[in-house]
Design a protein around this ligand. Structure first.
Ligand SMILES: NC(=O)c1ccc[n+]([C@@H]2O[C@H](COP(=O)([O-])OP(=O)(O)OC[C@H]3O[C@@H](n4cnc5c(N)ncnc54)[C@H](O)[C@@H]3O)[C@@H](O)[C@H]2O)c1
Length: 374
């Protein structure tokens, strides 16, 4: 199962099934459909909810359980879009059953399990991808190109934030707040990991050391809750330093992922909520570069599926990510290495690294020390 012939002139469709039909399950469904692949089934937290979701979403089959979905003979690719605590078991079952896997972040709620899953994926040779999809914004890809071709110069400083407000009120809650369903980290694992993956990918640097403080506000009658905010100092393997603020309690900030990387020649700044442009700062003139496939670097132009002035966004990132995943499956399932034109999709290796980083952040906050990231 899951092995798609690479040399067939008319390859069979990639039969896809999605475990979890909440916010992000529906985004995956849209992206898979845009790729032309059939979504053959869904699962939810109960058989009845799966039936409801299948009917609502126009999907033929409702699986009684996610375990049945990820091991079904009728499925080639599984997308795991459940709450965090279920990811590890389902991804392991899927890989052992020979399925290509797209698993939501965080890959797992602890680093040892994430490393084991990444190793399992490597042994199977199946595609194992994790949607750190902000890599698929054309102007983020443009920033990466300008670092890679030397126009930015050596990167010295990384800084930015990822801010949301949907847990700012005392009564706000979600499964993510509960460490059992969400894992020991919330704000960092949920959104800080996106920022770190994106900035590492743009710069080619790896975060090797962190020191962090966390904050958890009173909510839900004082029941155990995961962190609402993290502030971080970091160092990279290539000598850059950086700061990051991550928060889900910043009123008015909906999904404000913003980064700046300061190179020896230019600074590059990207704002996910205004993704059609890139700030390029220099000692001479500053510029705001607009997304226009005619003028962007090839890596950014290939992600620009509509002309400049026709705004692209989050759903387009997911569609491009799924397109790349399907290309890799068609090419024989190699989960690592860059496709012919970067950017590559993030793999279980990348995601396992983010889980290790998350553990370093929590460990540093707990004992007020610097921690190395393996
Ligand atoms: N990559 C991204 O940009 C991104 C964005 C949002 C969420 N996510 C990730 O996606 C996952 C889901 O988040 P969400 O925002 O969609 O949450 P959500 O609460 O909107 O949806 C989760 C769904 O999973 C269902 N569910 C619970 N247990 C299940 C099980 N065992 N099998 C199948 N379904 C089950 C719930 O009924 C619910 O419908 C999380 O891991 C989250 O971190 C990633």
């Amino acid at each position: 199962m899951g092995r798609i012939s690479a040399d067939s002139a008319n390859p069979p469709p990639l039969r896809t099934a999605i475990a979890g039909t909440g916010m992000i399950g529906r985004v995956h469904l849209d992206a898979v459909r845009r790729s032309g692949a059939p979504v053959v089934g869904v699962s939810s937290s109960s058989p009845a909810r799966a039936k409801e979701a299948a009917a609502e979403l126009g999907v033929e089959r409702a699986f009684d359980s996610s375990q049945a979905l990820v091991t079904s003979d009728d499925v080639d690719v599984v997308h795991i879009c459940t709450p965090n605590a279920a990811h590890a078991e389902l991804a392991g079952l899927a890989l052992r059953a020979g399925k290509h896997v797209v698993c939501e972040k965080p890959l797992t709620t602890d680093a040892a399990t994430a490393d084991a899953l990444a190793a399992l994926a490597a042994r199977t040779g199946l595609v194992a991808a994790v949607p750190f999809v902000y890599r698929y914004h054309p102007m983020a890809a443009e920033a990466r190109s300008r670092v890679r071709d030397g126009r930015a110069g050596d990167i010295r400083l990384l800084h930015g934030h990822y801010l949301q407000d949907w847990l700012a009120e005392p009564g706000d809650t979600n499964w993510r707040v509960d460490p059992v369903a969400g894992g020991p980290s919330r704000a960092f694992a949920d959104i800080g990991s996106h920022w770190c993956d994106l900035v590492e990918w743009v710069t080619g640097h790896r975060i090797t050391e962190v020191t962090a403080v966390t904050q958890t506000v009173d909510r839900d009658g004082g029941r155990p809750a995961t962190e609402d905010a993290v502030q971080l100092l970091l160092r990279t393997d290539r000598g850059a330093t950086g700061t990051l603020t991550v928060s889900q309690i910043s009123p008015g900030r909906k999904n404000r992922l913003w980064f700046e990387v300061d190179g020896a020649r230019t600074s590059l700044a990207f704002d996910q909520e205004n993704p059609e442009s890139l700030f390029v700062g220099s000692r001479g003139e500053n510029a705001v570069v607009l997304r226009d496939p005619a003028t962007l670097s090839p890596a950014a132009a290939r992600l620009s599926t509509v002309p400049g002035g026709h705004p692209m966004g989050y759903l387009d990132c997911f569609a491009a990510f799924v397109r790349d995943v399907h290309s890799a499956i068609r090419a024989g399932g190699a989960a690592s290495g860059e496709p012919a034109t970067p950017p590559a999709f993030p793999t279980f290796d990348d995601a396992a690294r983010m889980v290790r980083l998350t553990e370093a952040v929590l460990g540093s906050a707990a004992d007020r020390s610097w921690k190395e990231v393996s």
